[in-house]
Design a protein around this ligand. Structure first.
Ligand code: IMP
Ligand code: MG
Length: 176
């Protein structure tokens, strides 16, 4: 594993993103919705930098690759707050191909929020397959598989305080 961003560097990126969000919304109350599970660390850090009145909710998005169509996304909104007529910011860990974010956005638009923007910690610009760009981006990264700060490889490594790129040896030694 190779460290890509230290925890201090991540903190700096999240603080910059929060400044941008604070500038955009001013005093306007904001509802932030984190996509579980990858966004939990970002969500916890980001919300503490925000200055406007904030409501915090989550939703769960997961793709079932085997028993249904490849990559079909299941969005579970049971834990989510009511976002209708609320300015809403969707928060996720990473924008890779972008399919996840675009699908979740479609679902959220049904509730008719006053506005709907998105914030992601990371973006792999080279992998983009959809016509959408997140409004707030922490870091642009190359097309490498990264873990830590909420991001997982087979549900592991989410707890790392830094962000690391996996190397072939990490995959070869995999026992799960
Ligand atoms: P999408 O390709 O933008 O739809 O991203 C789908 C999901 O794949 C993200 O929400 C992450 O959970 C996961 N993902 C994509 N790239 C990485 C990575 O480098 N590390 C860990 N998870 C990733
Ligand atoms: Mg995820």
């Amino acid at each position: 594993m190779r460290v890509m961003f230290t925890s201090d560097e991540l903190r700096g990126g999240v603080a910059r993103m929060a400044e941008d969000i604070n500038r955009t919304y001013g005093e306007t109350p904001l509802t932030i919705v984190g996509v579980l599970t990858g966004s939990v660390v970002l969500l916890a850090d980001l919300m503490r930098f925000l200055n406007m009145p904030v409501r915090v909710g989550v939703l769960h998005a997961s793709s079932y690759r085997n028993n249904t169509r490849p990559g079909e996304l299941i969005v579970n909104r049971e834990l989510m707050l009511d976002i209708s007529r609320h300015h809403t910011l969707l928060v996720d860990d990473i924008f890779d191909t972008g399919h996840t974010m675009v699908r979740v956005l479609e679902e959220l638009r049904e509730f008719e929020p006053s506005s709907l923007r998105t914030a992601v910690l990371l973006r792999k610009a080279a992998r983009k397959e959809v016509d959408y760009v997140p409004d707030f981006i922490g870091f642009e990264i190359p097309d490498e598989f990264v873990v830590g700060y909420g991001l997982d490889y087979r549900e592991m490594y989410r707890n790392l305080p830094y962000l690391a790129a996996l190397e072939p040896a990490d995959l070869a030694g995999d026992k799960s």
